[in-house]
Design a protein around this ligand. Structure first.
Ligand code: CP
Ligand code: NVA
Length: 305
């Protein structure tokens, strides 16, 4: 059966570890994988903007001897209403692996349901599972281990918060999500993550009090208005006031805590320049790890078709 990566829990805990270990090895010895995608073609469907996801997937495929085709929804027929399932049936006869970035999670599921080849979720409104793989790789590099680490996310209960709870639960990372009351993550995802966390022993919590930053090994934030929410920007800036990760908030975490952000960032909104450009920040290592983690993920899915 074709394996897809649409949700964080599409990998088992052991498979997530395997992908992360391979990503670390690929980072050290990229030449060992120079033929890992030889003759394979990746198709990348984008309905939203991207810098990191597009370039890391495309460069990753090329570095492993494969090719990548960028498919903007403005240019292909899904932009004119061709059903996603027809698109999947056609593209999977040309291509070996597909990635999609879109709005509704159901679109990603629809593409996978009709695809003969692995489909990867490159972000939707619900989840961003590729980002979490890179984040876990970065945490492991900096803290030496994942199990028992405490990751505190401050901000919107969005796709990043959702994937962090799910991916963190698998890896044994305690995930604490702090949001304004009306921007809490979806209950069903919180429950799913808490169920997954039973096996790893991780603690998954949601709260609305910034005091919960106390004891954090990792402090994480993301934009207050995600792609597709641009019209709410002004309201959200008002609603999230007080939730900026600044030097004062970082001081409430452990003294050696690191700061992560999936990027793109808005300095002066969700994070101060002092923090994101300061000594605790690892955001550019984190962005680099998108490349290694996704290379590992693509080889894993191609092997397990
Ligand atoms: N973090 C991330 O997914 O970045 P892009 O939107 O630039 O792909
Ligand atoms: N939550 C953000 C993440 C961007 C990588 C968005 O969906 O726009």
């Amino acid at each position: 059966m074709t394996r897809h990566f649409l949700r964080d829990l599409d990998l088992s805990a052991a498979e997530q570890t395997l992908v992360l270990d391979r990503a670390a090895h690929m980072k050290q010895r990229p030449e060992a994988y120079a033929q890992a995608m030889r003759g394979k073609v990746l198709g990348m469907i984008f309905q939203k903007s991207s810098t990191r996801t597009r370039v890391s997937f495309e460069a990753g495929a090329i570095q492993m001897g494969g090719q990548a085709i960028f498919l903007s929804s403005r240019d292909i027929q899904i932009g004119r209403g061709e059903p996603i399932t027809d698109t999947a049936k056609v593209l999977s006869r040309y291509l070996d692996i597909l990635m999609i970035r879109t709005y509704k999670h159901e679109e990603v599921q629809g593409l996978a349901s009709a695809s003969r080849v692995p489909v990867i979720n490159g972000l939707d409104d619900l989840l961003h599972p590729c980002q979490i793989l890179a984040d876990l790789q970065t945490i492991k590099e900096n803290r030496g281990t994942l199990a028992g680490q405490t990751l505190v996310y401050v901000g919107d209960g969005n796709n990043m918060a959702h994937s962090m709870m799910l991916g963190g639960a698998l890896a044994g990372v305690n995930v604490r999500i702090i949001t304004p009351r009306e921007y809490a993550p979806k209950d069903e995802i919180v429950r799913e993550a808490q169920t997954a966390a039973k096996a790893s022993g991780a603690k998954i919590e949601v709260c609305h009090d910034l005091g919960a930053v106390e004891g954090a090994d990792v402090v994480y934030t993301d934009v207050w208005a995600s792609m597709g929410q641009e019209e709410e920007q002004a309201k959200r800036v008002r609603d999230f006031s007080g939730f900026q990760v600044d030097g004062r908030l970082m001081k409430r975490a452990k003294p050696d805590a690191i700061f992560l952000h999936c990027l793109p960032a808005h300095r002066g909104e969700e994070v101060s320049a002092e923090v994101i450009d300061g000594p605790q920040s690892r955001v550019f290592d984190q962005a680099e790890n998108r490349l290694h983690a996704q290379k590992a993920l693509m080889t894993f899915l191609l092997e397990n078709r």
